[in-house]
Design a protein. Sequence first.
Length: 150
Amino acid sequence: MLEWIKNLEPEFLILIFGVVFVAFLSLISIAKAQRTLDLIGKRALDLREDLMKRDGVEIVDIVIANTSYVNVEVVAAGLIYKRTLLPLKEESVMILARDSHKISIPLDALRAYVIGSKLRMKRLYVYVEDALGRRIKKRAKNSVRVLKKV
């Protein structure tokens, strides 16, 4: 098999390597263009859930961050427990580009709202829905861990 490669003229070898190199550069430029398009064009929301103690009260902070360069309108934010939507906020909020919005709820109120008087706790998710109807959800690990201890 190597015999036919050795018999090729140097011009053909240069041409083959040139075509492979150009194809490689094309793939790299397409990947970079797609990444730039995703950064500029997509309306990306990032969810973060934190536990804090303020004035002796444990509070769950849900931070909705807009990571894109475009303003995003959030129409609903809340929790998903046992495949049931539990909205915390249903008013329309405009989150500017590269900005965030925070929703705070006391841990005791969260427990009463989600599980009531039950002792067992299953998976809990935090969700955000934008004006286009896209729903983004993330598992609320910190809250579940603390709610299981109580």
